[in-house]
Write a protein that binds this ligand. Structure first.
Ligand SMILES: Cc1ncc(COP(=O)(O)OP(=O)(O)O)c(N)n1
Ligand code: 3NM
Length: 510
């Protein structure tokens, strides 16, 4: 019998025999996963009759016992009792936790699925040993009744049960590309309640080499724990401390950043991307979207020139599948009814990691007004409105939202910052906002464990480059400034990353 206090929830395999590759067996996949470092197994068979389920359960139990790993049964208390499993996992539509506890007693583990704060609080009050929080992302393993939570949604649920002394795992759409982002971003340092592990179905059970995949997950989990201990992400100092490292990460990874951007800014965007050490590709041909997504570090979806909307969506979806951050720039998003509808399609049909727009665009998306003429924002936005807009939008779409303007506001729905850098001349060259989007994408590509941090550092880099460019003697107006800006992007990233630390003027709002 498992000692509940000692269960390691870090790499939690949830099975589904329908996903086992045709040349493998469920038991073989489980054994390989155990050899690769799985710390907990849940037998989840949605279609199996009771008799065969019990027979299978006995065989799986023999394996998990051999590897000294607890075995949980999904949904079926009768099967758990029959094979004396270590516990059950119950969903919101299954037997209530209180009833399950009466039957199983306190020596068995009971885990409960939670999709929102209310469900989590109730499960905690009723004595759940652990929570399965999900779905974090879209998954093809199960049809979801609600929109995925995203990393910030997981964090909000964890914050709502601060003080809980049980365990929490996240589930849904987790793979090797997004595991670190979730482990680091899903936990709040300072809160007593952090994510204890990842519950994974298809990425392990459907793998051709589950041992290798699990070893990789195990090393990601170790790295994530290290980063969590190193970073207190809620402080301005912490952001500044990460600037040099974030720049170095871009230079080392030289990530490919695929842009579908507008005709006006395409050349400047490509040059800016190169200047910070990333590699631009500006393809719009749908034939190669999938292949590019395999190689990409990030994707920019800039809707300034709307030629082939279906290809833009297809490209974003492909990048979603490969776990690449997708950065949406809703250029002119509020200007026409057509553009408003396109933004909605992007949001509904693909997952945006970061949304970066000007005041008019972000307010329009947040349904808080937002005036634009063409692609330009009109009128000043007061701080209270700006903060509410970025925060609400980030919560609604479980992503990072940045509103650029005289002061930039950035939020992940929980933490919101203001950035006071940037020379006003930025507004006098066309596409400076699009350039910010490109640079944010470069940082996001190479700094996947904290997209809020990546967004902040991307914006700071362009803003401080603009201030340094304006100090150059040869700069006499927007034309000379434009070239100097690219030079300073290069200088900051290649020669003096400490410039960010030296000149950053940022404020933590809440
Ligand atoms: C660890 C973990 N979390 C959530 C679930 C989902 O359980 P449930 O809501 O019962 O849905 P099904 O698994 O029955 O489809 C889980 N199984 N494990
Ligand atoms: C079984 C399950 N429960 C979910 C929830 O949201 O509660 S999501 C999910 C499927 C997870 O599969 P994969 O790792 O293949 O995405």
């Amino acid at each position: 019998m498992a000692n509940h206090k000692c269960v390691d929830y870090s790499l939690y395999l949830v099975t589904d025999s329908s996903l086992v590759p045709s040349n493998a067996t469920l038991l073989g996949q489980i054994e390989k996963a155990l050899l690769g470092g799985v710390t907990l197994v849940q037998l989840r068979e949605k279609e199996m009759d009771t008799g065969p389920f019990i027979e299978l359960g006995k065989k799986v139990k023999a394996l998990t016992q051999k590897h000294q790993v607890p075995l949980i049964i999904n949904d079926r208390l009768d099967v758990a009792l029959a094979i004396d499993a270590d516990g059950v996992h119950i969903g919101q539509d299954d037997m209530p936790l209180v009833e399950a506890r009466k039957i199983l007693g306190h020596d068995k583990i009971i885990g409960v699925s939670c999709n929102n704060e209310e469900e989590a609080k109730k499960a905690v009050e009723e004595g759940a040993d652990y929570l399965g929080i999900g779905a974090v992302w879209f998954t093809s393993t199960k049809s979801l009744k609600k929109q995925p939570l995203g990393v910030s949604g997981v964090r909000r649920i964890l914050e709502s049960i601060d003080g809980y002394n049980g365990y929490s795992v996240a589930i849904g759409g987790i793979n090797l590309n997004n595991a670190k982002e979730l482990m680091v971003g899903g936990s709040t340092k300072g809160s007593t309640c952090t994510l204890n592990g990842l519950a994974i179905v298809s990425a392990i059970i459907g793998a051709s080499d589950p041992k290798d995949v699990c070893e990789k997950f195990t090393s990601i989990l170790k790295e994530s724990t290290k980063s969590l201990h190193q970073a207190d992400r809620n402080t301005v100092d912490a952001i500044l401390t990460h600037c040099s490292k974030a720049i170095k990460n871009v230079m080392t990874a030289t990530p490919m950043v695929h842009h579908i951007t507008n005709n006006v800014v395409i050349n400047d965007n490509a040059n800016a991307t190169l200047a910070v050490g990333a590699s631009p590709i500006m393809s719009t041909n749908r034939v190669e979207m999938e292949e590019l997504a395999k190689m990409n570090g990030a994707m920019v979806l800039n809707m300034g020139t709307l030629n082939d909307i279906d290809t833009m969506i297809l490209a974003a979806q492909a990048n979603n599948r490969y776990g690449n951050p997708v950065v949406l720039d809703p250029v002119g998003g509020g200007a026409t009814t057509f553009r408003k509808a396109v933004v909605q399609r992007f949001i509904n049909e693909a997952r945006m990691t970061i949304i970066k727009g000007n005041g008019g665009e972000i307010l329009s998306m947040a349904n808080r007004g937002g005036r634009s003429r063409g692609v330009d924002s009109l009128g000043n936005v007061d701080e209270q409105t700006a903060v509410l807009a970025v925060k609400e939008l980030a919560q609604k779409h479980q992503c990072i939202v940045a509103m650029t303007g005289p002061i930039d506001y950035v939020s992940d729905g929980v933490r919101t910052y203001a950035i006071h850098n940037g020379d006003p001349i930025l507004a006098c060259i066309t596409g400076s906002g699009c350039m910010v989007t490109s640079i944010v994408a470069c940082f996001a590509a190479a700094n996947r464990s904290d997209y809020l941090l990546a967004t902040m550092i991307g914006i700071l880099t362009v803003n401080i480059a603009s201030e340094l460019a304006m100090q150059r003697q040869e700069v006499r107006g927007p034309g000379t400034f434009r070239s100097a800006l690219i030079d300073e992007l290069y200088n900051i990233t290649h020669k003096s990353p400490d410039a960010l630390l030296q000149f950053a003027n940022i404020r933590y709002i809440s």
